[in-house]
Design a protein around this ligand. Structure first.
Ligand code: SF4
Length: 315
């Protein structure tokens, strides 16, 4: 019997990013993380001090990524790391650490254009907060995206204002909706980052995030399980009262993610399913170093066994 091909053009039970990426670029393209020295309004006192309760930006900065180095130097070092493995590939500059639109337009232009002037860089991925963009910045990014591959990736984390307050995000869900909409309306690819298992959220509320996201003009989605990492407010809460935080066992997480996917608009491309904080920073949950690709394989296998697929319950 031939395997079912889904509306996104593959036999995988979810609309996966790697297939989309391969189709789009027809060659290997690697992201290179950049730390351009931004901060964030939730850390510098503009909105709050101390940041979101789960945040420790050291968890996602590779070794070559340091704000004291120029964008070009970080790109060269990142490329030198990947190039021996894959000679012909092109690269995307991934402005990842903190809020990468939190600066004057003049500064943003200088940094992004330095990255784009690198002969091997074909585009940008810009991670930011929904309250750190305005029309001027989005108009500029819309112009850039006519020429280059550009994704604006918003950390929205939850669709519940109650949760956003509890984790000290200092923005509302409506601000997320507004920025996603304004970005997509300008023809810019729009990514979203969500955390599964934030304090106080029930399974039904988590599934409901999928329903809410399904109505937004989102290109791609990253899901991350809640992780407690050193140097965060959550780490202190966890030490004081570990029972107050719900941490998933991988099997339980997989089941919940499958239900999430069943309720998700099949047009949304799913890029990641878990975080992989460095083990020396991770307090809990410890999943024996399980990698994203291993969880993806488990999710895919379980979905096939259950005859489940992205959007099965979406209407
Ligand atoms: S998670 Fe993002 S928005 Fe929150 S404190 Fe960290 S850098 Fe700022």
């Amino acid at each position: 019997m031939s395997e079912k091909i889904y509306s996104w053009g593959t036999n995988r039970p979810f609309n996966d990013y790697s297939s989309w990426f391969k189709k789009r670029f027809k060659q290997r393209v690697q992201k290179i993380s950049i730390d351009a020295g931004f901060t964030c309004p939730n850390r510098d006192g503009t909105k709050a001090w101390g940041g979101c309760t789960y945040c420790n930006n050291d968890t996602f900065n590779p070794f070559y990524c340091e704000p004291s180095k120029s964008i070009t130097q970080q790109l060269n070092e990142g490329i030198a790391f990947f190039e021996p493995k894959y000679k012909t590939q092109k690269y995307l500059a991934y402005f990842q650490a903190y809020s990468n639109t939190y600066g004057s337009l003049k500064l943003l232009k200088k940094l992004y254009e330095e990255a784009l002037s690198h002969p091997k860089v074909i585009g940008l991925i810009i991670g930011t907060r929904p309250d750190c963009v305005d029309d001027e910045i989005l108009n500029y990014l819309a112009e850039l995206s006519q020429k280059y591959f550009v994704v604006v990736e918003y950390g929205i984390e939850s669709t519940l204002n109650r949760t956003l307050e509890l984790i000290n995000r200092q923005h509302t869900h409506q601000e997320s909706v507004d920025s996603i909409t304004k970005t997509a309306q300008r023809g810019i690819l729009t990514g979203v980052h969500m955390i599964i298992g934030l304090p106080g959220e029930t399974d039904e509320e988590i599934i409901n995030h999928a329903k809410v996201l399904s109505e937004l003009p989102i290109t791609s989605l990253k899901l991350h399980q809640l992780q407690i990492v050193k140097g965060t407010v959550l780490a202190k809460q966890y030490k004081k009262n570990p029972e107050s935080l719900r941490l998933f066992h991988p099997e339980e997480y997989i089941d919940l993610v499958i239900r999430f996917l069943e309720n998700l608009n099949p047009e949304i491309i799913v890029e990641r399913f878990i975080s992989e904080s460095p083990l020396d920073l991770l307090i809990a949950p410890k999943w024996n170093g399980l990698k994203n690709f291993e969880i993806v394989a488990k999710i895919e296998k379980r979905m096939k066994e259950l005859n489940s697929f992205q959007g099965k319950s979406y209407c």
